[in-house]
Ligand binder design. Structure first.
Ligand code: ADP
Ligand code: MG
Length: 237
């Protein structure tokens, strides 16, 4: 780890986190590792198919509980927490962006984003204001009332990013966010993620694509369940 990583505020802190699927046959999908991601970092995780990326994402995103180790999210011990506590932490602190967008087909962009706040008990009027503001932020002020089918792939992913951001998470966790986009649209979505990073958002992008991985300020390689850190570098602008 570089010196920079010792002084920031940790968002993700793994200590000896490992994951084995019990099977049979049992698969050690993530070998015990330490990982620290700080507030405001833009980290990419790259590895081939089957290397353990989804396993890592599921653990960071509190969708799955690691079989060994401890995981602090914003300093909170998630490993020991109950399922309901983990679900509450997940909805408040983690924004997910997936390759296939996962938007509700019969809801407008606004409604898709507003619905993400229902469980946060945000009053209806504030939900509208916040949804509109975050959709504007991702460049969709002219698309507020469009249905997903009326939007391009890049626009759909922008709605999904807006939805992920609206609860003001600590961490934006993206799984192959450009996997369904052509390369020009992909670059524009990656540009948006970089902008969010420069505004202070902590962004983690998981990908099998080296070009996407190179957009990160820091890249972690995963191979056969083993995490390997590369030297930190400046973000491309
Ligand atoms: P990636 O996302 O990089 O393709 P995964 O995290 O999905 O990799 O998988 C890592 C390894 O764990 C692979 O060998 C895969 O077959 C295995 N694996 C993934 N999910 C399960 C599961 N639910 N049960 C058993 N093995 C699994
Ligand atoms: Mg995967």
């Amino acid at each position: 780890m570089s010196a920079d990583h010792r002084f920031g505020v940790p968002v993700v802190e793994f200590t000896a986190v490992g994951h084995t699927y019990m099977g049979p046959p049992s698969v050690e999908a993530l070998q015990e590792c330490d990982l620290r991601i700080e507030q405001g970092e833009f980290v990419t995780v790259v590895g081939p198919s089957g290397s353990g990326k989804s396993t890592l994402l599921n653990i960071i995103g509190l969708l799955d509980r690691s079989t060994t180790g401890t995981y602090l999210l914003d300093g909170i011990d998630t490993h020991a927490a109950s399922e309901s506590r983990r679900a509450a932490l997940r909805s408040k602190r983690i924004g997910f962006v997936f390759q296939s967008f996962h938007l509700l087909a019969h809801r407008s962009a606004m409604e898709n984003v507003e619905l993400a706040m229902v469980y946060q008990r945000v009053p209806r009027r504030d939900r509208r204001i916040r949804a509109e503001s975050v959709l504007r932020r991702v460049g969709l002020s002219h698309r507020l009332h469009s249905l997903p089918t009326q939007l391009s792939g890049g626009e759909r992913q922008r709605v999904a990013i807006a939805r992920a951001l609206v609860a003001r998470p600590s961490l934006l966790l993206c799984d192959e966010p450009t996997g369904n986009l052509d390369s020009r649209t992909a670059d524009s979505v990656l540009g948006l993620l970089r902008e969010l990073h420069t505004e202070g958002m902590t962004v983690v992008v998981i990908t099998h694509d080296a070009h996407v991985a190179a957009q990160g300020q820091r890249t972690i390689t995963i191979r056969d369940g083993i995490l390997m850190e590369q030297a930190p570098r400046q973000v491309l602008s």
